[in-house]
Design a protein. Structure first.
Lengths: 189, 164
């Protein structure tokens, strides 16, 4: 009888666990703006999201494993978003839905965070303004594939991602603007 | 008689500038007489609702003499009339009397003007920021404040997968 590799048991467990997790992603809807309406539409009867395992949209982060950031996030809301993310237990994933959550969208202003991935680890981006429900469902299916192909039983794939994946918090022209503002303040005082 | 005629009679000494276009009636008043005129309009005339307080920054406007114009929109619920009262204030330390004692809606409306322009209202019970976060400095709707801000929107800690 051929030797069976040692870790065959673990990989089957990994596969089984990732299959189970991907087919029962319970979303935490972090709906701040118009994309929230499309999220509600995706969950309602015509484009039923429950058939993909998102059976309940729990509004308590302690009971969810998928956070869907739908809508623009203002700088006043960002600490709340981070707190909700920290309250979710592992394993957890994040979908940034819509142009405003991905990059700030049309709102390149003093109050809107230009992309939630600057401060939160995002796994999947769904573009659109707002994305149609079919687009969001395609995104969730893609996330399910991603989980099935890389998931482990103990969630060890998460500990490896130590670098922030979004753009660096300060753009170059913002740095220049901050320096000029400081120089102006120094010259006034 | 209309509210404007009553105003002309009572405040004949102050230099009020009346103008109108169709049903938009506007009066420019000096800031020193603002509270008196608004109190007269509320108590003796029938303007019992303050619909809006807002401000305009004339920093880069040609021919402007004062920096800020503050606009009050009064509405009469009995007769349906709307009246616009405008005053001008200047840098530094723009200050106006608060109309909170006349209309309670001035509470949040004046807080918004303070938050966005930096115009203070004396006698306001709780003048603090309402739309921007508490630790925000700067007044966003002034003309010398850049559209994209001064870096406040990205001044937050970054969470990576290893920490969360």
């Amino acid at each position: 009888m051929k030797d069976v590799p040692d870790n065959i048991f673990m990989t089957s467990l990994d596969a089984a666990a990732s299959w189970a997790r991907s087919n029962s992603l319970w979303p935490m809807p972090f709906a701040t703006a118009c994309c929230g309406i499309e999220l509600m539409a995706t969950a309602s009867s015509r484009f039923d999201l429950a058939r993909f395992g998102a059976e309940v949209m729990r509004f308590s982060p302690r009971q969810c494993d998928l956070m869907i950031v739908a809508g623009r996030v203002v700088m006043k809301m960002l600490p709340v978003l981070q707190r909700i993310w920290l309250q979710m237990p592992e394993p957890k994933w994040c979908i940034s839905m819509g142009a405003c959550a991905c990059t700030g969208g049309v709102f390149d202003t003093y109050a809107v965070v230009q992309g939630v991935d600057r401060f939160i680890p995002v796994d999947l981006y769904v573009p659109g303004c707002p994305p149609r429900p079919e687009q969001l469902m395609a995104g969730i299916i893609a996330l399910q594939d991603k989980i099935k192909h890389g998931g482990t039983l103990n969630g060890t794939e998460f500990g490896k991602r130590t670098q922030p994946t979004g753009p660096t918090p300060y753009d170059l022209d913002e740095l220049i603007r901050i320096r000029e503002a400081n120089e102006k303040l120094i010259s006034i005082n | 008689m209309s509210a404007e005629d009553a105003l002309k009679l009572k405040f004949a000494g102050a230099d009020l500038a009346f103008s109108q276009f169709r049903d938009n009636h506007r009066i420019v008043v000096p800031a020193a007489k603002l509270f008196e005129i608004l109190a007269f309009l509320k108590n003796e005339q029938h303007f019992d609702m303050l619909a809006e307080v807002t401000a305009v920054d004339y920093l880069e406007y040609e021919g402007a003499k004062d920096r800020f114009g503050v606009v009050y929109v009064l509405v009469s619920t009995t007769s349906g009339e709307r009246l616009v009262i405008k005053t001008f204030v200047n840098d530094p330390e723009p200050l106006l009397p608060s109309v909170y004692s006349l209309w309670k809606s001035a509470d949040w409306l004046e807080r918004e003007v303070y938050d966005m322009f930096g115009i203070r209202f004396s006698g306001h019970p709780d003048l603090r920021r309402i739309l921007t976060p508490d630790e925000f400095t700067g007044y966003p709707l002034r003309k010398d404040y850049p559209l994209k801000g001064r870096g406040e929107r990205h001044n937050f800690p970054v969470l990576t997968r290893a920490e969360s």
